[in-house]
Design a protein around this ligand. Structure first.
Ligand code: APR
Length: 176
């Protein structure tokens, strides 16, 4: 699996799947969630509502998959990150689960190229450095990483971009 750190608007990426930092309602919001629903169109929301009707809310750390509607990607994988100051001890594990469960869904759908935003580091206020360390470590140790061809950490702000770049260089991750 080739991992790249890029700075971009994730809604512009032509990959098989982009990952959305959603909330448990799956009915949209601000940040990257807002951008995906705004640009992807109502098809995405309709698909989310169907999932809601079937399974109820999406719990923190879990992921669901829908069409990407009008976006250049084929799928959107919606995952719900932990809120940093919401209490509870296992925030780091829940964030790691966002990446793991999203990758599991990607494998199930034979997705070969995938882009992640910096989950929980915006409105949910998860510290960026720690979130990046969790994201990179989780991906680097993911059991089926060799069935994904390309993984992009799609940073929107400069701070995240620099954090990821430095971490990837320091870790000189030898990920095949
Ligand atoms: N492309 C890529 N990344 C983006 C984009 C975009 N178009 N817009 C925002 N981001 C980045 C933010 O800069 C941040 O680094 O996504 C990261 C996650 O921030 P949020 O979108 O605020 O998500 P999060 O912190 O996980 O909070 C989720 O916010 O939007 C609501 O409905 C969502 O309630 C949920 C909460």
């Amino acid at each position: 699996m080739e991992i790249q750190v890029i700075q971009a608007d994730i809604t512009t990426l032509k990959v098989n799947a982009i990952v959305n930092a959603a909330n448990s309602s799956l009915l949209g919001g601000g940040g990257v969630d807002g951008a995906i629903h705004r640009k992807g169109g109502s098809e995405i929301l309709e698909a989310c509502k169907k999932i809601r009707a079937q399974q109820g809310k999406c719990n923190t750390g879990e992921a669901v998959i829908t069409t990407a509607g009008k976006l250049p990607s084929e799928y959107v994988i919606h995952t719900v990150g932990p809120v940093w100051n919401a209490g509870g001890k296992n925030k780091e594990e829940l964030l790691a689960n966002c990446y793991k469960n999203s990758l599991d869904l990607a494998i199930e759908h034979n997705i070969k190229t995938i882009a992640f935003p910096n989950i929980s580091t915006g409105i949910y206020k998860f510290p960026k450095q720690l979130a990046a360390e969790i994201a990179i470590k989780t991906v680097a140790t993911y059991k089926h990483k060799d069935t994904i061809d390309e993984l992009y950490f799609c940073c929107f702000d400069q701070e995240n971009y620099e954090i990821y770049h430095k971490l990837m260089a320091d870790e000189n991750l030898n990920i095949d």
